[in-house]
Structures are given as C-alpha cells and as structure tokens.
Design a protein around this ligand. Structure first.
Ligand SMILES: [Zn+2]
Length: 482
C-alpha cells in the first residue's frame, strides 16, 4: 500500500486476492494426476544456485511459464534436461521448448540467484543480510496453453542446517506448499522464526534494538487485533522483513508487498539512522508493520472490490496501526495526535472539492490514507459518545462477523456496522458526504464535526482562523485516547 514520502510500492495485487493456501490441520493430499510437481532445492554451498525439477502430468513439446520473466529466465535460468532445450521470450511470455519437436515429461533447471526488482511485479529473490533469501514461488508456474494452468505442487528443500519458512510452516526438511498461481514468498535461511500468532522472520542484520522491538511487537500486535476485533484469522499469516543499508545517510526507505496471507517488507536505513536511539526509526517501521498486518483483517479476512473504496482498507489500516501502537506503548499519545492533525490538514488541502472516492488518480492516492484515517477517528469518537467502551476494532469486528470469513463488504455494509456499534447518523452523514461529495464545504463540515466529537481542532497559527487555501489544523485532544 502506498505511503507518501517513502520510497515505497505496496499493494501489488492486494485487492481481489483470493488464495488457496495449505490447510495445516490436514495432511497433504496425494499429488493429483493432472498436477505439475516442482521440487526446488537451494544448492548446499558455493555459488548461490537453485535446482528445479519438474514432473509434468503428460509429455509435452513445450511449456509456457504462467508469469513473465522480464528477461531473467534467459540470463539466469539454465535448462539441464532435456538437453538442448531453451527458454525463449515471446513478447511478455517465456516458452520452454525441446529441440527438434521431441517431447519431455520432466525438466531440470539450474537457476542463479538474481536481485532485480521488475516494475510492477514481484521480485523473484529478495536477499536478507545474512545470506538468507526469499523466493517468490509465482515464478515457477507452468501451463500448456489451456485457460486454467494445471495445479502446481511445490516441494521446497533448504540447505543442510537451514530452514524453509512458508505459509506458517517452518522446517529444516522438505516442505510441501500448494497455492494459487499468484504464489507466495518462501524463506530459505538460518534465521529463527517468530511463531506466535504469526510466523515471521526478521533480518538479523537489522540494528538490534529495532529487531528486538519488532520481534516482541508482532505477537502482541496480532493478539491485539485478534482479541479486539473478536475475529481470528482463518489462515496462518506469514511476515518477512529483510534489511539492508541505504546510500543516503539520513534516509529511511521501506518497501514491500502483500500476497495472500503474507506481508513482505524490506527496510533500508542510511548510516545516520543506524544509531540505537534514532527516535524516528522504531515508530516508522512499527507503523508500517502494523498497517500491513491490519490488511490481513480488512483486505483478506474480509475483502472489498469497490472502485474508489480504498479509503476503507487504507484508512482502517492507518487507524488500527496508530491505535494499537499507542496502546502497546510503542508510540506516545502525542504522536497519534500529531499524525491525526497532519491527516486532517492534508486531507482537507488535497481533496480540492472532489469526492474522496475520486482519489485514485495520480497525486491523490494518499487521500485514501489521510481522509480514511480521519473518517475512522470520527467514527470511533462518535461510537464512544454512545458506548464509552467501544473502539475502532469493535467497529470493524462487527463488520467482520457480519460478512463472515472471506466475506465481501462495501461502503453500505461498513456504514451499517458503524451504525450498529453506535456511530451517530449525524457523523455518518459527514462521512458519506466526504466520500461521495460534493466537497466544496468539506473543511467547515469536517471541522464542525470534529468539534462536536471533542477533538478541539484549532488553526496551527493559533489565530482561530483556518486559511482557505492552506488548512493547517491541530487537534487539541484525541477523545478516545488518555
Ligand atoms: Zn495499506
């Protein structure tokens, strides 16, 4: 999910993601006759290479890869068997053909690790600083040309003494994974996994205080989201965080993506950010982790496909993240107040009279985060006026229970859940207006509502007036925090 001001790409294929992940409570089913099997083994040592062995259900003269290779299959993949076969690029597709029209039923390839980030696609290998690597399994898929690629059964084997971590499993032996052609990331390395409500591997090369903080935060964060929404995830979530240096001494660069059941993040810090006590690093990284984790609830346990409805999951994730981190003691209340204040200022500045739902165009996407966060804050404060004990997690918990696991929601269902939890019709009317427009009076209406809800909005310069062209708002208090 995109975050303003950060070198970040998120949200690849986030919406509409559906997945078939392995149900860990059942033993693996025998391979179906029509399935393709691929065994992936990381070479024991020396050159960083991988051996891939495919077994096809029927002999074939050629196979196509289901996902583009961006030229890397020509430069880094070598076909060992059948002899003389090659991978040719045909437009966006890679086709592996045997020589002279002969056919094959098994394939052996050797792949050297490459670190290239294709534009708008998943990076195939993501290195950790200690030599561990994440492998994107989506790159393995093959098809014979039918509309639906055959199921792919993937067997992953780590180096001796190392482990594979994939979809909630962590093993020093071969692991079987079956999933959608969309794929997942599998970890190959010697690092230890956190396994407590989430299976996570955090790069050991990360500055120690940051790593220890994240590793201790994750179980508490997942426990909080689960308990407070009253909605446990129905799948086993995985989270991988790699780390490396950034050439710019002052920078904090964070990037990543989500796949079904999985959050993958890459953190890069400049030399000046490696100090143990850098005050910005822990809150920023924690916020990103908590935001992406929240999407497992609001983008996967339940999903929406509403055009222009991104404010629901982005604003909801921002609210979950700040609310949880304040409660868990990662950030002070003052930090939340500043973030909410900045969100009000930025939302009102950048809407420019347009409906929030029209923010999918370039330069406006951050409105979904900022205005979405304000909507969440207004809803929470409004609900608490009717029911003092409720909070943003209860509001979403109501929705999650009503739509059920993997259920779909839209704005009407979200508003109905909000209303059932005590959000007033007056507040809902302000929210609807912000989402649907017209928004020529958004500033006056939002500030009036914030005032009624107890946020005590003031102009930044303290003169009591908000300049029309540059709204700058400071919230005097956050009614749902001490
Ligand atoms: Zn997001």
């Amino acid at each position: 999910m995109r975050h303003k001001g950060l070198a970040i790409w998120m949200a690849l294929l986030f919406l509409g993601a559906c997945s078939a992940r392995r149900d860990a409570t059942r033993p693996p089913a025998p391979a179906q006759a029509s399935a393709i099997t691929v065994r992936v083994q990381r070479a024991a040592s020396g050159a960083d290479t991988w051996s891939l062995t495919y077994e096809l259900p029927t002999p074939s003269h050629s196979v196509r890869f289901t996902r583009p290779g961006h030229g890397s299959r020509q430069s880094h993949w070598r076909v060992l068997e059948p002899a003389g076969a090659s991978i040719e690029r045909q437009g966006d597709e890679d086709v592996l053909s045997a020589p002279d029209g002969s056919s094959f039923r098994s394939l052996r390839l050797e792949v050297s690790t490459y670190v290239e980030k294709p534009e708008k696609d998943y990076q195939v290998f993501i290195p950790y600083s200690d030599g561990a690597v994440l492998l994107y399994t989506g790159v393995l898929g093959l098809t014979f040309g039918e509309a639906e690629p055959p199921p792919l059964h993937v067997f992953l084997t780590p180096r001796p003494g190392e482990r594979v971590v994939v979809a909630g499993q962590s093993s020093e032996h071969e692991v079987r994974w079956e999933g959608s052609p969309q794929g997942t990331y599998a970890y190959f390395g010697a690092g230890s996994a956190v396994q407590d409500g989430v299976t996570a591997v955090v790069d050991p090369g990360m500055p120690r205080p940051l790593r220890e903080h994240i590793e201790s935060l994750l179980p508490r964060l997942f426990a909080l989201y689960t308990a407070r929404t009253g909605s446990p995830l129905t799948f086993e979530p995985a989270l991988f965080i790699s780390f490396g240096p950034s050439p710019n001494p002052g920078s904090i660069n964070m990037s990543g993506g989500t796949l079904p059941g999985l959050v993958q993040l890459d953190i890069r810090l400049g030399a000046n950010r490696l100090a143990d006590a850098d005050p910005e690093v822990i809150p920023r990284v924690s916020e990103l982790v908590a935001h992406e984790a929240a999407h497992l609830w609001n983008g996967e346990l339940a999903v929406h496909e509403v055009p222009g409805g991104d404010w629901m999951h982005e604003g909801g994730a921002e609210a979950f993240s700040l609310r949880a981190l304040a409660e868990l003691g990662t950030v002070p209340v003052e930090y939340v107040r500043t973030r909410l204040s900045d969100a009000v200022s930025e939302c009102l500045l950048k809407l420019e009279g347009a409906p929030l739902r029209a923010s999918s165009r370039p330069g406006k996407y951050t409105n979904y985060y900022r205005c979405g966060l304000i909507i969440s804050a207004m809803a929470e404060a409004s609900a608490r006026q009717a029911r003092p004990g409720t909070d943003i997690f209860a509001l979403w918990g109501r929705l999650l229970r009503e739509v059920g696991p993997r259920g779909h929601y839209d704005e009407a269902r979200l508003y109905a859940a909000f209303s059932s939890e005590g959000v007033s019709q007056r507040t809902l009317a302000v929210i609807r207006q912000l989402v649907d427009g017209p928004n020529v009076d958004a500033e006056a209406q939002v500030l009036a509502e914030l005032r009624l809800l107890g946020f005590e909005p003031q102009a930044c310069d303290g003169d009591g007036k908000l300049a029309r062209r540059t709204p700058c708002v400071r919230l005097g208090r956050v009614p749902f925090l001490p």
